[in-house]
Design a protein around this ligand. Sequence first.
Ligand SMILES: [Zn+2]
Ligand SMILES: [Zn+2]
Length: 84
Amino acid sequence: MRKQYKNGDTITLKENGCDGCSPSSVNGILCHEQGCPDRWRDIPKECTECGAEFYTNSRHQRMCSVCMEDSFDRAHCDMDVYFS
Ligand SMILES: [Zn+2]
Ligand SMILES: [Zn+2]
């Protein structure tokens, strides 16, 4: 049985395949039960900045890591402008 969700988070209940439910395996693809609280860890999101699909590390993340870094860099640039 797998040990991680697709976003890289560790699954504690190793026999189960998910900490939040008892997923069923259909043709080798794991299907979470409806309403499983950990389902989002396996579902790719669309980045609001570039539209790329990515797996989130936190439930409310909206941007892929590349765009997050980008906006972080921009924030620093703005600060540099501010202080110069
Ligand atoms: Zn689940
Ligand atoms: Zn992006």
